[in-house]
Design a binder for this molecule. Structure first.
Ligand code: SF4
Length: 462
């Protein structure tokens, strides 16, 4: 039995239309404007001014990036480096502590924090004393709210009972484990051997240390994946009881991530096979009782993400779908991106350049984007489409004090998507059809004023 979406794809669009849209290159819209449109005109002095504009007493979120792994997986799309030694990672943590001090000094108050997220890379590679000292510095310079979520991305292969205990001591409340696929042929092809027993032991250790909110990342579109294999992976993953599962499409961008050339392109599924793999995984997750959320997330009904989705209170940021309602996100660490009251800022990507700036007492901002009123308007519409699959563009325009005519070009662009069965437009309300849901990025792109500009190259829509 196939799920409703797959069925809707079958009856709603011809395979030619599905394939045409699914192979389009469009952003994932974890921000708008997207990172390729950030400019070097935004530097440390501007970022300093934007940080000082954060309203006192308004909760903010922190994102800490740790760009180290023990080895680089062939499919990796993250900004990370391989390090077998702890020395560089300890040094990095010391700079991270200095960046926290620097940013807090500029803000000038002990700002409340509602959400902390560690990403990477593999942030759990931080030695115990380094991790605890960074967390202690956050506690000194910020007012971490009692209900704050404190999440960390983890490589299950690195999780031991000792590490889990340290994470519990550091106050981690949610752990996100990279699982991807349990099939050994797929694991060999992506350079990441990780039996189900390894993930099971990691979950057991984390739960034993009091970290009960567990997320898994699964992936479709990997080399040698089959429908049966993906179905089996979902069953094995679900049996371990994660609260949330993110199902990401592998983005093959070897021109950008050179190590992806290690992946045999001949073994990659084509566009229609990717659609089927996604549908198979989706069906298995829904059958197992998970609620589909947004484009690519699934959660148990009692998980905060499912509760936020039911209340149309879901948000989208650089980590994907989130319950985090803070308007300000402070990015810390090399390459991290922040969202400040006036716009986006991104730190220097290479660790040497980032730490040199921070260690000399300067912000490490390399680029960013000041948000215009038009950017904010389109960003709000795109976020609602990505989260809720429907948006009242008239209401959003009114909330920004902008006439609906500002969107006239978008409404014209939507005509083709309506004709092809991806979207419906009724007055000012734009909705993604059931058949169009896997292609929601294409509908969101109708509101993207930057897409035709030359400096962006994105992954395919599905
Ligand atoms: S562990 Fe994660 S971040 Fe590190 S190389 Fe593998 S996929 Fe990338």
């Amino acid at each position: 039995m196939r799920n409703d979406w797959a069925l809707a794809l079958d009856i709603g669009m011809t395979p030619e239309i599905e394939a045409r849209y699914a192979s389009l290159s469009v952003p994932r819209y974890t921000s708008y404007p997207t990172a390729p449109h950030f400019s070097g005109e935004i530097g440390p002095e501007i970022a300093r001014g934007w940080l000082s504009e954060i309203p006192s007493g308004e909760p903010v979120s922190l994102y800490l990036h740790v760009p180290y792994c023990r080895a680089i997986c062939h499919y990796c799309g993250c900004h990370t480096w391989a390090s077998l030694r702890d020395g560089p990672i300890e040094k990095y943590a010391a700079s991270l502590t200095r960046e926290i001090e620097l940013v807090a000094d500029i803000i000038g108050t002990r700002q409340p924090v509602s959400h902390i997220h560690w990403g990477g890379g593999t942030p759990s590679l931080l030695p115990r004393h380094s991790l605890l000292s960074v967390v202690a510095e956050i506690g000194v310079r910020f007012d971490v709210l009692p209900a704050a979520e404190h999440a960390m991305e983890l490589d299950p292969r690195t999780v031991t009972p000792e590490l889990a205990a340290t994470l519990g001591e550091a106050g981690i409340t949610r752990a996100s484990l990279g699982v991807q696929d349990f099939d050994v042929t797929v694991q060999q092809a992506i350079g990441r051997i990780q039996p189900v027993e390894t993930v099971e032991a990691a979950v057991k250790a984390l739960v034993g240390a009091g970290i009960e909110a567990i997320n898994f990342d699964l992936m479709y579109g990997l080399p040698h994946q089959t429908a049966d294999g993906v179905r089996a992976t979902v069953r094995q993953a679900v049996a371990l009881g994660p609260h949330r599962i993110a199902l990401f499409g592998y983005a093959h961008v070897p021109w950008f991530k050179v190590h992806q050339r290690l992946i045999d392109e001949k073994a990659l599924p084509g566009t229609m096979a990717r659609l089927e793999l996604e549908a198979v995984a989706r069906e298995a997750l829904i059958e197992a009782g998970y609620q589909a959320i947004g484009l690519d997330h699934f959660a148990r009904a009692d998980d905060s993400l499912a509760i936020a989705a039911s209340a149309q209170a879901l948000a989208r940021n650089f980590q994907g779908y989130t319950t985090d309602a803070a308007k300000t996100l402070i990015g810390l660490g090399a390459s991290s991106i922040g969202r400040l009251p006036s716009g986006y800022v991104q730190n220097i990507q290479d660790v040497g350049g980032w730490s040199a700036a921070i260690d000399s007492g300067h912000l490490a901002t390399a680029k960013g984007k000041q948000l215009s009123l038009d950017d904010r308007l389109r960003g709000a519409i795109i976020e609602r489409l990505m989260c809720d699959f429907t948006v009242d563009t008239g209401a959003v325009c009114r909330s920004f004090g902008v006439k609906q005519s500002a969107l006239s070009g978008c409404m014209l662009a939507l005509d083709a998507l309506v004709a092809d069965g991806l979207a419906e437009v009724a007055d000012c309300r734009v909705s993604v059809t059931d058949a169009g849901r896997p292609l929601v990025r294409v509908v969101a792109a109708a509101f993207d004023a930057y897409l035709a500009r030359p400096n962006a190259r994105h992954s395919v829509a599905v």
